[in-house]
Write a protein that binds this ligand. Structure first.
Ligand SMILES: [Zn+2]
Length: 325
């Protein structure tokens, strides 16, 4: 596998089902196929006519994608490879709609495919950030007809911490009260980080045990020497461009998965083997059935409460013969 894959080299190298399958076998079993059911190594025979293997000991028949996130009865592997490539290489991400336009098939198939790749992109273990860390929070979500640009009822809050020249951590937070932001910082930033820079939001006052400094955006003080939050702010602009430009109708319940996807790409921006590494986590991830995906726990409770509140408010204003402002 060459360094930094281009679309051309991808097609040359993985332009057929056989080539994709052979590559996955190499990645999953560098020492030759192993029976997933037997604990000790056994001999395994290839059933060439069905792209499967059979364990000589327990007679279990399996394919290279069995039990992995690739598991799918009908989707060709080359479509998987292209989807993974496009999702890794598009800085702002790739929507299911766009993928459908490029790969054909139904929207549902594209949507499900995107979500399985995204599921693999979640990082299980994230080290705490050290060095100079910028922390900030932002509102994410659509504008609402008739409610003006300042309306926030339709939005959720994402907290972000970024180590300068290093990794990013993104989390949904319920609000910007101090204990929530403190909890976020404690779970993402090392106690011995050299410095934490934030804006002047009151909730950041009194962050203890760390060299904490703020810049006062209200006083138009954007940069004071080394003290600024420019890195985390460029991450917000990337996040917003991908949400506005790519995922037009993103549901709040899937937002944590989109944030994980953004972290995955950002934290590997200098990894020339990103494509291969993403295939690897797909091979090592558990299958994600469609039914599980659509029943995922819904953190959109607040969203629904807000919607109900806004409907009541709109009705009240309509009764009074006023247009909502
Ligand atoms: Zn076996």
């Amino acid at each position: 596998m060459m360094e930094s894959t281009t679309l051309i080299s991808l097609i040359e190298e993985f332009g057929s089902e056989e080539k994709c399958r052979a590559y996955l076998e190499e990645l999953r079993w560098p020492d030759g196929p192993e029976c997933p059911r037997c604990e000790e190594p056994t001999t395994v025979s290839r059933i060439a006519s069905r792209n499967q293997f059979e364990c000589d000991k327990c007679r279990y028949q399996f394919s290279v994608t069995a039990g992995t996130l690739f598991h799918d009865s009908h989707l060709p592997l080359w479509k998987w490879f292209l989807a993974v490539y496009l999702m890794c290489e598009s800085k702002k991400g790739m929507s299911a709609k766009q993928l459908q336009r490029m790969l054909g098939g139904s929207y549902k198939t594209s949507w499900y495919l995107c979500h399985r790749v995204r599921a693999a992109m979640g990082e299980d273990e994230q080290p705490l950030l050290t060095g100079t860390v910028e922390v900030d929070e932002t509102y994410v979500g659509g504008k609402r007809k008739g409610y003006g640009a300042g309306y926030r009822g339709n939005k959720v809050i994402v907290a972000g911490a970024i180590e300068r020249g290093g990794d990013i951590r993104l989390r949904l937070v319920p609000n910007t009260r101090r204990h929530n932001l403190e909890k976020f910082i404690d779970s993402t930033v090392d106690e011995d980080a050299a410095a934490i820079y934030t804006d002047e939001l009151k909730s950041y006052d009194g962050i203890t045990g760390k060299n904490h400094q703020t810049v006062e955006h209200k006083a138009e003080e954007w940069v004071r020497g080394d003290v600024h939050t420019n890195s985390v702010e460029s991450a917000w602009s990337l996040l917003k461009r991908s949400i506005v430009g790519t995922y037009h109708h993103m549901s709040v319940k899937h937002l944590p998965a989109y944030l994980a996807e953004m972290e995955w790409r950002f934290n590997r921006r200098e990894n020339p083997y990103l494509f291969r590494d993403t295939l690897l986590v797909l091979l090592h991830g558990d299958a994600l059935p469609y039914s599980v995906l659509i029943e995922r726990d819904d953190p959109g409770e607040r969203q629904r409460e807000n919607d109900a509140l806004m409907r009541r408010e709109a009705k009240r204003q309509a009764r009074q013969g006023r247009k909502p402002c």
